[in-house]
Design a protein around this ligand. Sequence first.
Ligand code: ADP
Length: 489
Amino acid sequence: MRIGIVASEAAPFAKTGGLADVTGALPKTLFRLGHEPFLVMPLYRAVRESNVPLREVGRVRVPIRRVGVGARVFEGRIPGTEALAFFIGYDGYYDRPGLYGDNGAGYPDNCERFAFLSRAAIEVFRLLDVKPDVVHLHDWQTALVAPYLRILYKDDSALSSAGVVLTIHNMAYQGVFWHLDMETIGIDWSYFTWKYFEYWGNINLLKAGIVFADVINTVSPAYAREIETPAAGHGLEGALRDRDDALHGVVNGIDDAVWNPAADPHLPKTYGPEDFSGKAACKRALQRQVGLPQRKAPVLGVVSRFAEQKGLDLVAAALPRLFDRGPVQCVILGDGDDGIAAMLRDVAARYPARLSVTDGYDERLAHRIIAGADMVLVPSRFEPCGLTQLYGLKYGTIPVVRRTGGLADTVIDCTPANLDAGKATGFVFENPTPDALTRCIERALALFRDRRSWERLIQIAMTRDWSWERSTRCYLSLYAEAMDARKRA
Ligand code: ADP
């Protein structure tokens, strides 16, 4: 299958978040499985400065505000594969310090920059005569490709037969711009209605993508259901419910080259599911590194952005109760909101031999916590997919999570029946309250004292498959569904 992945970022070329991990890993895995993926993205300053080998292969010209803007097209390779990556070079838009903005503010011409990317990507297909079977779009920045194909290129038989899949990584970002940007994107004003582009008097690019894509997905099945409700739909729940039959969830995979306890260069000792004795050495090293006494006490770990979403206020409220009741320790690494950091540091000041809080971004410590802790806490209020619980599973560090989004899909609660059946992988609670979190951690601590059961739980957790190969196979079935939908249309 030939798949054109159009994205505003992809690892290792340019990255601001999890989106780049997906658009970086997916083409590599597709290629390994024998498909023909290719990537189209902007030639940001960061890409040019990374010195990836590029070769100019032509030029495209697209109308923006009715004026033709030309771009140079460069070709490179997706690292470790023969798969092609195409970069749209137009310095007026992309030779800037940031991808979407800098100093905390989005660039004022973002609608124009990404409308240009979307239209230029289609022109790249034509320029190079690559006819994708499927075009895979990501978030609002490239969602416009869907209406462009269906409205402006509907008579191009090579392109109009391509299925379109739109992946939504976070409903909170929708690409909402003022109505006059209809002129910028070059779509006829007749589409400025609530059925297509219009959204409370503005235009909404993600909404247009949802309306015109053949298949839509988000990054977990539970989040896919949640975004059809006002609580998580950010105003697009109605548009999503209208496309209910086409809406799916695919959990992201783990990058095995980075997160693998059997070959992790950050660890003092590596280990695998057959023999996880090395985990004890990782625990001692972690305790030593963060200045906690090297006891056999259970260690809770947290690696997280400090943000309201992540529920760390619940952790701050639960920890004193747990510390007062038993010999438990906790290691926290995070960065972001200063208020959350201060709240956690307050608890650490009261319990210095129990709690370590590191404020900052530290990849190495993140790996050492995920390996060295006994449990990883992810009490998020909402979580589209979540990666730390997946890393916890792979490293035998049992996740304690709230039942929401991707956490609900990837962690099976350790009831006695689930443990007997070999299905349990962690501990799950419902309500975002300190009480519920405390009780859930206490359930985990009770099982931790039963060594044999705990080791069985670790073994089950470590052997679950959350690989990119698994996610990619799910995407392949969505691609097939999009192609079918096109044939029927
Ligand atoms: P989100 O994308 O909402 O922050 P995820 O769980 O999907 O949450 O991904 C978070 C990623 O960022 C994980 O790989 C986690 O290890 C990493 N991470 C978060 N905070 C830090 C930090 N302070 N230092 C190092 N890595 C971090």
